[in-house]
Design a protein around this ligand. Sequence first.
Ligand code: ARG
Ligand code: ZN
Length: 471
Amino acid sequence: MRHRLIVPAAAAASLLLAIPASAAEPTPGAPGVGDSYYPTAGNGGYHVSHYDLRLKYQPQTDKLEGTATLTATTTQALSRFNLDFALDVSEVTVNGKPTFFAKSGDHELEITPSAPLPEGKQITVVVRYSGTPSQVKIGGYSAWQRTPDGAVVANEPESAAWWFPSNDHPRDKATYDISIAVPDGLQTVSNGELKSQSSKLGWTRYNWRATKPQASYLTTLAIGKFDITTDKTADGLPVLNAYSKDLGDNLASAKASVERSAEIIEWESKIFGPYPFNAIGGYVPNVKTGYALETQTRPYYSPSGFANGANTSLVVHELAHQWFGDNVSVKNWRDIWVNEGFATYAQWLWSDKEGEGTTQELADYTYDGIPADNAFWKVKPGDPGAENQFHGAVYQRGAVALQALRNRVGDKTFFAILKGWQTDNKFGNGSVQDFVAYAEKVSGKQLKSLFDTWLFTDSKPSAAVAAKDGI
Ligand code: ARG
Ligand code: ZN
């Protein structure tokens, strides 16, 4: 095969010319995407298009074993790149070649391919790993919750690092195949559709598939004893809801809420535009923690959300996030208002429809009811700070901002803005500033001072200023 190295002089010259003089030297990919709230979230230098996770979990010992196969494309010439991951890694290959890797910090996995990767190259990265995720702490905390009969992982802004290696930032969305084997007799819940399940040697393997771009923090997994209900919507979308068998007195109220998911999505589709995904549902694991999360296609609900009877408003909130948060995601975590302000406003629209208070009444109630010296008014919904990302102000004052916008531009334009924002940014990202610019474009109005008042002022807007915005 020696003759292959003999290249005619002319051809050799053209080969040399084919290498652009400016070809960048390979450099390490950044250990973060550049999000000021979470500097190590995500990584630079590549985009992931698909995650294939093949997992096995034993609840008795909390042992998770996995092989993750990531399909990615480099966005720069890379000498090295990072994945965000906290479990123990035994082997990494890149394009089939065993590769040097090292842990850095508490959730960075540095991968050094045997040869540098050029820009624009498709790569296949395989990571073999195992661990006891509930014992693995990042900043003293684990997002992996054990339950009496299994486990569940669902959290924001970070949850992936406890169960699969990823580019852990909503700017890099991908599709997912999640295959999980658990001891016979247990069920699993994840995103998208359950394509198949089969049992062998005492283990049942469930194969889940999510075919639309999905952020890593919206990717969820639960293992346990669940009652599962399935259905099809009028449009033929598969519905799958799951309830822990141990919800006790909360089971009936959880069902009375979550079983209405398809109906609520139909109502929201009329306001926000077509439902972006191709599966629907919700699930209620047996956890003690008290939050809900808009995990894609299948929100996660703590049982405590249903402790006072049905809570359709909560379901309306998490399902509104399927548009605001999941279809259009934050560009940076400081943009959290583009998720929470809108999901809260959806609850206000539901209240309006149910005759439990109009959106205007709820905006006035928020403004009038919270005194100026309350710390609530110190938080700027448009840039709340990482420590206040989920502060009530982002939600409630964030929704007041939308009522102010609606009052300024009128109903027709307001609802055109909501729908258009979804179509224009389908499966993408948008910042607060992008939304303001978009609302100005659609309405033809100057809106900077309105949004400054409601999103970017760290005090209660005066009565005179509020009155100008109809609040
Ligand atoms: N996006 C979620 C919601 O509003 C909030 C999750 C807050 N996370 C937490 N660990 N409390 O529905
Ligand atoms: Zn929310």
